[in-house]
Design a protein around this ligand. Structure first.
Ligand code: HAM
Length: 423
């Protein structure tokens, strides 16, 4: 019989991994809320033209990576390859783009790339968009937010940052690059050749080893940047230094989406993986204008959750729940155990309580509690159910005490919430 498998490049996230996913998402959400960002949810499907117009038709994403199809009326839709264009579309559609908007979003995105470690066809992003502020201080705020995320997760990715100037600076620079790369056409592969006229900036981040020196000696965008853009960038770098945020200036950083201007940045993990960008973003002050003819400054970034999880693999994220496992010795006491479980669940929504349905000896059940990483084991034997009580065993210290049911809330509040580091 044919065994079905998940579609290539798209994977199942099973309970063991999804727990860490959730914890990570919760950490990102909490921090973003603290900075005043609010959630936006947009549909998976959008009009294909939205992405063509915003991401750009010479980009890899639009040229070859979108999942696009037509409906019966021949209208073309695409599964979102990123979230910025959808946020802009939604704000314009609902007439909200005149004011300041601070948004976060979380969910699956789709790109038909060649799957490899850290690169999937369905992946998850946590995105931040800050709309309506032109000043460099906004750039500092979002980078500070990213940094506070890394601090919370106890990681130190490398921040690479550059300015790609304004649209006129880019036009000037693009012409110069086209001339430059045309001189080395014979060294370029077919894909790179096709980019010379369409999007020569993309050749700058080619990984082709034959191009290393050519790219190294290519004209630098910083020599074509307007005074205003330069000032914006210098002020930003100055601000980062004042906030003790480490960065590396990277003259060749240009990013793969056309909507960017001025600030662009990426955070790299410290590995040699080719897919080592865990977060990327920048300013896109011209995107709204291209969609609604109104100038609205904006900036943001998105974190690739799969890559971030892989990066923090060995560093536990602080658990936000306390796990209780209820070990029941006799089947006849199961309903009694279920009642205790409900009492505990009512005390705090951070309590997760599992009841055993396997009435084996205590040793086996304690092992099971350990396997489930339970913080406490509630032990119910014949005596306990008769006395309206239970034994509470702290799985870390091994300490065990008898608790009377009518004292449960007071006891658990003291022992299991206050002063308890849930790690
Ligand atoms: P992006 O650089 O295309 O930017 O993607 C952001 C992050 O998503 C990447 O740095 C990476 O961590 C993750 N990512 C992208 N493609 C894949 C993939 N195929 N598999 C796994 N992870 C992936 C954007 O999407 C912009 N919308 C970011 C932004 C928001 N700029 C301004 N606001």
């Amino acid at each position: 019989m044919k065994k079905f498998q998940s579609v290539r490049g798209m994977r199942d996230i099973l309970p063991k991994e999804s727990k860490t996913f959730r914890l990570l998402e919760q950490t990102l959400i909490n921090l973003s809320n603290q900075y005043g960002y609010e959630e936006i949810r947009t549909p998976i499907l959008e009009d294909t033209n939205l992405f063509i117009k915003s991401i750009g038709d010479g980009t890899d994403i639009v040229e070859k990576e979108m999942y696009t199809f037509k409906n019966l009326k021949e209208n073309s839709f695409s599964m979102r390859p990123e979230g910025t264009a959808s946020c802009a579309r939604a704000l314009i559609e609902h007439g909200l783009h005149d004011s300041i908007n601070k948004l976060w979003y979380l969910g699956p995105f789709f790109r038909h790339e060649r799957p490899q470690k850290g690169r999937y066809r369905q992946f998850h992003q946590f995105g931040i968009e800050f709309i309506g502020v032109e000043n460099f201080e906004a750039d500092i705020e979002i980078i500070s937010l990213a940094n506070s995320i890394w601090q919370k997760l106890n990681i130190k990715p490398i921040l690479k940052i550059n300015t790609i100037g304004d649209i006129d600076d880019r036009k000037k620079y693009t012409k110069i690059l086209i001339d430059y790369f045309n001189k080395y056409k014979n060294k370029l592969n077919d894909n790179e050749k096709s980019k010379i006229d369409l999007n020569p900036l993309r050749i700058l981040d080619s990984k082709n080893p034959n191009l290393k020196d050519i790219i190294g000696s290519a004209p630098k965008i910083k020599d074509y940047i307007s005074k205003e853009s330069n000032e914006h960038f210098e002020n930003l770098l100055n601000g980062l230094e004042r906030k003790n945020i480490l960065y590396q200036r990277d003259d060749n950083l240009v990013r793969g989406l056309d909507y960017y201007n001025r600030t662009v940045f990426e955070y790299l993990d410290n590995s040699d993986n080719s897919q080592n960008t865990i977060c990327a973003g920048g300013r896109y002050d011209l995107l709204f204008e291209s969609l609604c003819e109104k100038k609205v400054p904006a900036l943001g970034f998105a974190i690739g959750l799969e890559r971030l999880l892989d990066y923090i693999k060995d560093k536990p994220i602080q658990k936000n729940s306390v796990v209780f496992y209820i070990a029941v010795m006799n089947q006849t006491d199961n309903l009694y155990a279920q009642n205790i479980a409900e009492l505990i669940r009512k005390i705090s929504e951070n309590f997760s309580v599992l009841v055993s349905y396997n009435y084996t000896n205590l040793k086996v059940q304690l092992k099971k509690a350990d396997k489930l990483s339970a913080d406490y084991c509630v032990i119910i034997g014949e005596e306990e159910s008769k006395n309206n009580s239970f034994q509470l065993k702290n799985m870390n210290s091994g300490q065990q005490e008898m608790v009377l049911n009518n004292n449960i809330e007071k006891y658990i509040n003291v022992k299991c919430i206050k002063g308890n580091n849930y790690e």
